[in-house]
Design a binder for this molecule. Structure first.
Ligand code: NAP
Length: 484
């Protein structure tokens, strides 16, 4: 199978924060990979910008290093790398100052797509938007790309939206949630809306419950004080997990146009019930030999911020009334694994008699590692032992099914940057979606503060606090094992 790579139009992309961690690890190696694949052509121009004084040559050396370290594929192709580096320029600019803007304007061309990636701290988003406008660098066809976090609560998100919209229309603003750029996440939509098989079963009548897990093995060592200001609810649930929930739960949009999809996602967020405090478990990892505890990492023994959260949600609409959605995410858990599991109900009557350990049909959408999908189905256990049933997976691992093609699947950032150039906002969050997600999140966080809620301590390398297991167990359900 050979994929068709359709080159994007010529573009000028300015990366503010072009010397930062995100640019070095994701954005620049990602654009290089798209160049290597032929999607970005020699007509592109990429301009790094940050406060540090650097020549174009210095910047190219920086990007050469980033490609060697992070490009995964194509990075060893020396000629191609040098060809790519020719597209790069650098301008020293302080987002809050006056110098450098004229220089930047000189680098930009007319009649090509013009995009500005705000890969800087969120406190600078407003300054950048204003400067681009004031210095007449951004026009009515320019696009801005905004990294997470988008606000800290509803009030700050509304304020940020208001600031950006002073200078840019909503269709010029690309709010990145890199989970939406993942191949499997998009495949989730393809599976749901491209097949007749699943959609008739995709409702409370047939789905017992849904589990969404984003488990990490790493802690917050080295960035604990920063992380402690947000916590798992703000860092993971409000954005990434909410987006996954929306894609699972939304109604079929009437087309795959950006606003049609985003309208449906918004309806899901608005239909979320307030969460009962008894349906949420928060946690912090404890210490173990050689491993600092969360509060030590956070440099605050009295920290009440969670780095683990498990919760049960309900969506109040016809499709989902009565089907719980369980979300779980945390640091220093037993394995690095992100997946969505749609657990279907048992058949209404078993003609094979009682089957004690049967667990029914489950569709597992695996985000990382090993992106792919598995459908667990019941078959007869082979052999002469009578009609004993077992579950086996119908495995749709992308790596196996697509071979070399799967290796060429762009990483989330690559895809999203190409979507910016193509002007496709389907996989970006709209302002009202972000605000609705904060409007749902804020009262939950405020409740913890009011009640002085204390996160439960859990052992590093475990599946989280015991109470999180009980969240399902008390209802006769079980979390899926967290494994790679
Ligand atoms: P970082 O490593 O601290 O880089 C920040 C960049 O911004 C540097 O290039 C810095 O260069 C530049 N900068 C800082 N102040 C500036 C100013 N006043 N004017 C112009 N440039 C300025 O941060 P990062 O990790 O790359 O994160 C960037 C953004 O992406 C943040 O909003 C972060 O939350 C978000 N994000 C990061 C990741 C990640 O994996 N790193 C993932 C998701 C989202 P100078 O100091 O030379 O100016």
């Amino acid at each position: 199978m050979v994929s068709r790579v359709i080159p994007v139009d010529p573009f000028d992309l300015v990366i503010f924060g072009g010397t930062g961690d995100l640019a070095r690890r994701k954005i620049l190696p990602g654009i290089y990979r798209r160049f290597w694949s032929g999607q970005v052509t020699g007509d592109a121009r990429i301009i790094g910008a940050s406060r540090k004084e650097m020549s174009d040559e210095d910047y190219r050396a920086f990007v050469r290093g980033a490609i060697a370290e992070f490009a995964i594929e194509g990075g060893e192709d020396g000629d191609k790398v040098e060809e790519f580096l020719e597209l790069l320029h650098y301008v020293a600019i302080d987002a809050t100052g006056e110098g450098g803007w004229k220089d930047l304007r000189r680098h930009l061309r007319g009649h090509v797509v013009r995009a500005f990636n705000f890969s800087v701290g969120p406190s600078l988003f407003g300054d950048l938007a204003e400067q681009l406008h004031r210095n007449k660098i951004a026009g009515k066809h320019s696009r801005i790309v905004v990294e997470k976090p988008f606000g800290h609560d509803l009030e700050s998100a509304v304020e940020l939206n208001r600031t950006l919209r002073k200078y840019f229309r909503e269709d010029q603003i690309y709010r990145i949630d890199h989970y939406l750029g993942k191949e499997t996440v998009q495949n989730l939509m393809a599976v749901r809306f491209g097949n007749i098989l699943f959609e008739p079963l995709w409702n409370a009548q047939f789905v017992d419950h849904v589990q969404i897990t984003v488990a990490e093995t790493v802690g917050v060592t080295g960035r604990g004080a920063y992380y402690d200001k947000s916590g798992a609810m703000r860092d993971m649930v409000q954005n990434h997990m909410m987006q996954l929930l929306c894609l699972i739960a939304m109604e079929p949009p009437h087309t795959f146009e950006p606003d049609a999809v985003r309208d449906e996602k918004l309806k899901v967020i608005r239909a979320l019930d307030p969460v009962d405090p008894g349906d949420i478990v928060r946690g912090q990892y404890g210490a173990e030999e050689g491993i600092a505890s969360y509060v030590e990492d956070a440099e605050d023994e009295a920290s009440l911020t969670e780095c683990f959260i498990a919760m049960k949600l309900h969506i109040s609409n016809w499709r989902w009334k009565g089907t719980p959605f369980y979300l779980r995410t945390g640091k220093r858990l037993k394995a690095r694994a992100s997946e969505i599991a749609v657990v279907f109900k048992d058949p209404p009557h078993s003609i094979f008699g009682p089957q004690e350990d049967r667990r029914g049909n489950v569709l597992v959408i695996r985000l990382q590692p090993n992106e792919g999908m598995k459908l667990r189905v019941t078959i007869k256990e082979p052999g002469p032992g009578g009609m004993r049933l077992i579950e086996v997976p119908l495995d749709m691992s992308f790596a196996d099914a697509l071979g070399a093609e799967a290796q060429a699947v762009p990483d989330a950032y690559e895809r999203l940057i190409m979507d910016v150039i193509r002007g496709n906002q389907t996989l970006f969050m709209r302002g009202d979606e972000v605000e609705a997600a904060w409007a749902w999140t804020d009262p939950i966080i405020a409740g913890w503060t009011d009640r002085g809620d204390r996160p439960k301590v859990y052992a590093p390398g475990s599946a989280g606090p015991e109470e999180a297991l009980m969240l399902l167990y008390r209802e006769g359900r079980r979390w899926r094992d967290i494994k790679e």
